[in-house]
Design a protein around this ligand. Structure first.
Ligand SMILES: Cc1cc2c(cc1C)N(C[C@H](O)[C@H](O)[C@H](O)COP(=O)(O)OP(=O)(O)OC[C@H]1O[C@@H](n3cnc4c(N)ncnc43)[C@H](O)[C@@H]1O)c1[nH]c(=O)[nH]c(=O)c1N2
Ligand SMILES: CC(C)C(=O)C(=O)O
Ligand SMILES: [Mn+2]
Length: 495
């Protein structure tokens, strides 16, 4: 009750359009930096990275002024392609000295407007720094530069029998995934980026280069001082530019079983998930798709799956015992009136199934031509999942909007994707309203407004409601310590 009152209070105080005159704005906003981008500034950039690595062309700026979210394009004044840590360091220092905004750019697959240059400035594209620095196969770790993409890394690793399992669906850069603290379908078994990053090299706004755990350190455990690695995970480019990440690897499982089953009631599917977890069955993937999601999926991927609430499941492990795990899950599915349980028998079928799951965003946006995805991303303790999913589903039905639900329910995390066309103001208002109510409901149920996509632009008002004013104040102090001139991705995470 107390929590919910606090949340409501904070939300009233920080209503979406916070007045710039309000004390809250003054306390929590970071002073806007005044870009000073003229020909001499661009010339200085060219001196650092070479003429060919600086672009002021509209097409390049437009491409770097947005991610995959519905947020309006906000173009940087100039795009710089860094080829080395030295480039990143010198460009950062230049921006800091001249108080020009600097926005790190990974691969632009974010869903919260993280790369949109709200105040213009320099977009720092790090995709040319694409070396796998080292693989320590016997220690199960590797170090990558910021341009290394997760699929490229897994292709490279294949012959070693290892893989990097964090799978946000999109082929994102590993360092971008650090910056948003990404996760996705495999987190039930392998955890999120937070559990899988051992060390980060970061260029601070003033050009200093640090290694969050110390140069070359790559232990699974450490008690040495503050956990700076974790501080940069989820920092969304607001504290520094990540130029190297050391991440954990895992053995490719000896056996994989994927399966699908269906339910008539949302509650039956969600109860099954909670019971699977409570029985301690070590699932690799435990994904919920509601009937509307299956319908989008069938239309887009030319599938003919039963249109009902569904669970997509995957088991990873040694061949011995995996079938037993499957049988235990089968019993729980049957106990909860699940039907149509089907194993994806071979790798092709499995890949087709998961490929389709990852294309849900496009399947959903294809329902309204010209729309962009508006994704929600709440996460609650697992026992509160049935309540929030049922209430959310009701809101979507009552609002009469297209809003398929997809969830990494094994983690208590789920999304409604709305195909969003800003020109349809009535629908857009309904979408924003549901999205806001979902976040408030999640917080009231001891959860979070974002399980994996981050705060970006759209959830800044929710952050204060989630963590409270004092905690937000502490976060702001950290920001001011690392970035006193507020050049790093200004306007993100905080107002
Ligand atoms: C179809 C589809 C499906 C999904 C998702 C996207 C899409 C398009 N995502 C979201 C997305 O893949 C995720 O946010 C990535 O981690 C972003 O990585 P990029 O390299 O694209 O960062 P991108 O370039 O989009 O940047 C994102 C943020 O990180 C910062 N940043 C990027 N590189 C940086 C660096 N080197 N140093 C410092 N800051 C940096 C940027 O400034 C920005 O604030 C997701 N996510 C998820 O967790 N689970 C999921 O299930 C999905 N599913
Ligand atoms: C919202 C989308 C992109 C997502 O995170 C997912 O498909 O899991
Ligand atoms: Mn997701």
């Amino acid at each position: 009750m107390y929590l919910s009152k606090c949340i409501r209070f904070c939300l009233q105080q920080t209503a979406r359009t916070v007045s710039k005159e309000s004390p809250l704005w003054k306390r929590y906003s970071t002073a806007a930096v005044q870009p000073k981008i003229d020909t001499s500034f661009v010339g200085a950039l060219k001196t650092i990275v070479g003429d060919a690595n600086v672009s002021t062309a509209d097409a390049i700026r437009e491409q770097h002024g947005h991610d995959e979210s519905h947020h309006a394009v906000a173009m940087p004044d100039v795009v710089v392609f860094a080829e080395s840590v030295d480039h990143v360091s010198k460009v950062s220092k230049l921006c800091n000295d001249t108080k020009v905004p600097l926005i790190p750019f990974g691969s632009g697959t974010g869903l919260e407007g993280g790369v949109n240059a709200l105040q213009g400035g320099v977009c720092l594209d790090v995709t040319k720094m694409d070396q796998i620095v080292q693989v320590n196969a016997e220690d199960f770790d590797c170090t990558v530069q910021p341009g290394v993409m997760r699929l490229g890394l897994n292709n490279y690793l294949r012959d070693t029998g290892l893989w990097f399992p964090i799978d946000p669906g999109a082929d994102a850069s590993v360092c971008g995934m650090c910056a948003t603290s990404a996760s996705g379908t495999n987190a039930v078994k392998y955890g999120t980026m937070r559990e899988n990053v051992l060390n980060l090299q970061v260029v601070l706004p003033d050009g200093r280069v640090i290694d969050t755990a110390g140069r070359g350190r790559r232990t699974k455990k450490t008690s040495a001082g503050y956990n700076l690695t974790n501080l940069f995970l989820g920092s969304e480019g607001t504290l520094g530019t990540i130029t190297e990440a050391t991440v954990r690897l895992y053995g490719i499982p000896e056996k994989t079983i994927s399966a699908v089953c269906h339910f008539n009631e949302v509650s039956e599917a969600v109860d099954t998930v909670v019971q699977i977890l409570q029985c301690g069955i070590p699932m690799a993937k435990l994904e919920f798709l509601d009937d509307s999601a299956i319908d989008c999926f069938n239309r887009f991927c030319k599938y003919d799956m039963t249109v009902a609430h569904s669970l997509f499941l995957e088991f990873h492990g040694p061949a011995y015992g995996l079938e037993d795990q499957f049988q235990s899950v089968k019993e729980l599915i049957e106990m909860n009136n699940g039907f149509g349980l089907k194993q994806a028998s071979d790798a092709d079928e499995r890949n087709r199934l998961w490929k389709a799951r990852h294309e849900m965003v496009w399947a959903c946006t294809a329902r309204i031509p010209g729309s962009k995805p508006y994704s929600t991303d709440v996460c609650v303790p697992i026992t509160n999942l049935p309540e929030i999913i049922t209430k959310t589903k009701q809101m979507v039905v009552e609002a009469d909007v297209i809003g398929p639900m997809v969830g990494h329910v094994g983690d208590g995390n789920f999304h409604i994707f709305f195909p969003c066309d800003h020109s349809d103001t009535e629908t857009f208002k309904k979408i924003k309203d549901i999205s806001h109510k979902m976040a408030v409901m999640a917080m009231e149920l001891n959860g979070t407004c974002t399980g994996e996509h981050g705060i970006g632009i759209g959830k800044r008002d929710l952050l204060v409601a989630e963590v409270g004013e004092e905690t937000l104040g502490a976060m702001k102090q950290i920001k001011e310590t690392f970035d006193p001139n507020n050049i790093m991705n200004p306007g993100k995470v905080f107002f």
